[in-house]
Design a protein around this ligand. Structure first.
Ligand code: V47
Length: 371
């Protein structure tokens, strides 16, 4: 396949020459560069720069996996303004899965090659520390070889607080129960202003970063997200990326960056705006790729971005399309138009029909298998 490398002169002509020079020299981009990339009128030039970094790191390979989401309870003691998923105890739509439910869900999973179960949920006011260990054990009983990627930093912080145990003991318990790694949710936007405006009930930027540091220092790999498209401003997105980059310099165990497109329906932020645009979605993928020089992978999460835009994102810096994502609820409650799952064949088709090469990966990008 012929690769039409973006022309340096075109990038330079729209005023991105200095940033292009840094990107080509492998130099780190500054906060101001990040703002410029977000605000620059030529999305195609920004995307072309991100694409050349993607090609240098991964060629035309795009990763995907076969995974199942279990959002084990929507009961949550917090009331974040961006969330349509959370319910209060006693509400008709409130639910809580028991460890037996989780074991049965994995045992009953139809389809082959399930590599990962992704488990995140609300913070239930009454569930004790043992519940968290029990649901991990239950997933492993249901399917012993599955990788359990579970618990955002909000859940980990909660466990550390309610366990009555030391940090080292809690992570040892989680490892013994079968936890494999942690997903990247709960960070939202690592900015105090945004935290105060939309998710002040739960841990803020400093605590999210401190918990992520503990997770990684205790030997677990994890992801990082950015929830964009609500009340945050461009400098706050850049602040978020710089904070992630600084922590990655220190710890090195972030696997993937995943920009999450905000869906406003059924949330208390609905009145502030509509869904994100494809323009904005591609921009967040591209700027993430360019600013996060120490992250190997950038994921286009089709559940929030839609499959068509996730496919396009492969040319804007993304090298991962997440997975089949059976049964996600958080974004579906907030109105995403994406389907409830993408069969493996469809994911492979999305990748191949855009001229990329699908590679089936495990959660930690260690076992790779051309599809
Ligand atoms: O933390 C909540 C976000 C996250 C909405 O690590 C919303 O591999 C959009 O973190 N509209 C959970 N987003 C999802 C998540 C994730 C997903 C896929 C892969 C990985 C990974 C992580 O969803 C939450 C929050 O940031 N969220 N409400 C909403 N209305």
């Amino acid at each position: 396949m012929i690769d039409f490398s973006p022309d340096d002169r075109l990038i330079d002509a729209v005023g991105l020459g200095e940033i292009r020079r840094k990107v080509d020299a492998g130099e780190r981009l500054s906060f101001d560069d990040g703002v410029k990339l977000y605000e620059h009128p030529s999305l195609s030039a920004v995307g072309a720069l991100a694409h050349r970094v993607r090609l240098a790191k991964h060629g035309r390979t795009t990763f995907f996996n076969i995974n199942l989401h279990i959002d084990y309870t929507n009961i949550c003691m917090y009331s974040c303004r961006f969330c349509a998923f959370a319910a209060k105890p006693g509400e008709e739509r409130a639910y809580l899965m028991t460890p037996d439910d989780i074991e049965a869900r994995l045992k009953g999973f139809r389809g082959t090659d399930l590599g990962e179960v992704h488990m995140v949920a609300g913070i239930h006011p009454d569930m004790g520390y043992d519940y968290y260990l029990d649901i991990v054990r239950a997933a492993k009983r249901g399917k012993p070889d599955v990788h359990v990627k579970a618990f955002t930093m909000v859940e980990i912080d909660h466990m550390l607080k309610i366990s009555g145990k030391s940090e080292v003991e809690v992570f040892a318990d989680l490892r013994e129960a079968g936890l494999g790694s942690c997903p990247g949710g709960g960070a939202e936007v690592l900015s105090d202003r945004v935290w105060r405006a939309v998710f002040m009930d739960k841990i803020g930027p400093n605590d999210w970063l401190a918990t992520a540091r503990k997770v990684q220092q205790n030997g677990f790999k994890m992801n990082a997200t950015l929830l964009y498209g609500h009340v945050e401003k461009v400098p706050e997105r850049v602040e978020h990326l710089v904070k992630l980059r600084e922590l990655q310099d220190e710890t090195g165990n972030f696997m993937t960056f995943i920009p999450l497109a905000f869906w406003p329906y059924n949330t208390r932020l609905q009145k502030y705006g509509d869904v994100t645009t494809g323009w904005n979605d591609m921009r967040n993928i591209a700027v993430g790729r360019l600013m996060l020089d120490n992250f190997q992978n950038v994921k286009a999460y089709w559940v929030m971005m839609t499959p068509r835009l996730a496919q396009t994102a492969q040319s804007f810096g993304a090298n991962d399309l997440d997975g089949t994502v059976t049964e996600e609820r958080i974004t579906h409650d907030a109105g995403t138009t994406a389907p409830m799952l993408l069969p493996r064949d469809e994911l492979v088709h999305l990748i191949e029909s855009a001229g990329f090469e699908p590679v089936l990966r495990d959660t930690t990008y260690e076992t790779l298998q051309p599809a």
